[in-house]
Design a protein around this ligand. Structure first.
Ligand SMILES: Nc1ncnc2c1ncn2[C@@H]1O[C@H](COP(=O)(O)OP(=O)(O)O)[C@@H](O)[C@H]1O
Ligand SMILES: [Mg+2]
Length: 349
């Protein structure tokens, strides 16, 4: 049985004059309808590039894309451009961090939402407008029958994001990809938008991929989490499992930069030292090794010479990690947790 969305060994490489940018290098994951996958990682880890491939956004560019993207059993990478256009907006929709750049400034919000409906449905303009008003109402825009005639710049940031969600969901797609949808918004509005997405998901039973650099958002939204580093998955599994028993030092780093996650009032904010690598020439071995504090626990020069395989975590189940450490669960419990969340560490036996 395959999942509603099944991404298998996805590769997206960009040939450039300086060499090949390996923005996605063998990525696999699954998402069921009604479930949410959180893809998390620092800027430049390949989150947007890999997800854009699902919408066929690399078509007509020089990007080299391979692997399989099975949506309801169909491999989207095998479709012709016309078939892909049919999928885009009807089965799969994407919303972005910055709605202003995704919306046209010279057309009203209502016209743009109605257009998304007209493209995929045999209806007249009046019916499409009525549907746009209905969707604006559904996403919580006050006085939707009046605001439908506003231009994007007349909406606040939060309202524009709601309008984007309305446009994305107007054809009831099975899969919604939300790429950093709340990054530009303040905390209160962010929480409202995340609530809205969860409500709509329950109503439409859609699969959601939420892309974020914020593990707090993941904790709130996701059933499963995929941690990306340098174009690859470095940890993947059920959200609860990864937040409580993370086994990859990079995930530990992400966790320690979100203090309130552990419900430990003495939790410390410790940023990950160094910067993410260039995807033109990532470090040999484990791409995270130059920033890793636990390299000395691995015998020999494994970390600097061999890319770790994605293997089953010590906690078992569907939880996998890409790391050479033999006892990551013990290192986390005895060294990492006491440092980042001292109160929580005392309670955990
Ligand atoms: N068209 C392109 N040509 C060359 N490199 C690209 C192109 N698009 C993205 N990249 C590179 O791919 C890497 C991953 O980008 P992206 O997926 O946007 O990261 P994220 O969304 O995780 O912040 C980055 O190093 C970026 O510079
Ligand atoms: Mg991005």
């Amino acid at each position: 049985m395959t999942s509603y969305l099944s991404v298998r060994d996805l590769v997206v490489h960009f040939p450039t004059i300086d060499g090949i940018v390996k923005a996605t290098d063998g990525l696999s994951y699954e998402v069921e309808r009604g479930k949410t996958l959180g893809i998390v990682g620092e800027s430049g880890s390949g989150k947007s590039v890999s997800s854009s491939a699902i919408l066929g956004l690399h078509r007509g560019t020089n990007a080299k894309v391979s692997g399989e993207i099975l949506l309801d059993g169909d491999d989207l990478l095998q479709l012709n451009d016309e078939q892909m256009r049919q999928h885009r907006g009807s089965d799969v929709a994407m919303i972005f961090q910055d709605p202003l750049s995704a919306m046209h400034p010279y057309y009203t919000v209502g016209n743009q939402i109605a257009e998304a409906y007209l493209v995929h449905n045999r209806v007249g303009k009046k019916a499409a407008r009525a549907r746009a008003i209905e969707m604006l109402d559904r996403v919580g825009i006050p006085q939707p029958d009046r605001r439908v005639d506003d231009y994007p710049h007349q909406f606040s940031g939060g309202m524009r994001q709601r309008a984007m969600i309305a446009m994305g969901l107007i054809n009831n797609p099975g899969l919604l990809i939300a790429d950093e949808p709340t990054t530009a918004l303040d905390v209160t509005v962010q929480a409202q938008i995340l609530d809205l997405l969860q409500d709509l998901q329950r109503e439409f039973n859609s699969a959601i991929i939420i892309i974020t650099h914020d593990l707090g958002v993941v904790a709130e939204m996701a059933d499963d989490v995929l941690v990306m580093y340098a174009g690859r998955a470095v940890e993947y599994g059920p959200c609860k499992e990864i937040l409580t028993h993370p086994e990859m030092p990079y995930t530990w780093g992400l966790l320690s930069s979100v203090p309130d996650l552990s419900a430990d009032t003495n939790a410390k904010l410790i940023p990950i030292r160094g910067n993410p690598p260039s995807l033109l020439s990532p470090p040999p071995g484990c791409a995270f090794n130059p920033r890793c504090d636990h390299r000395d626990k691995v015998p020999g020069d494994l970390c600097t010479t061999q890319v770790p395989d994605l293997t089953t975590a010590r906690s078992g189940g569907n939880h996998v990690k890409r790391c050479h450490l033999a006892n990551p669960d013990e290192v986390y419990a005895t060294e990492v947790l006491p440092e980042i969340a001292p109160d929580l560490a005392k309670e955990t036996p």
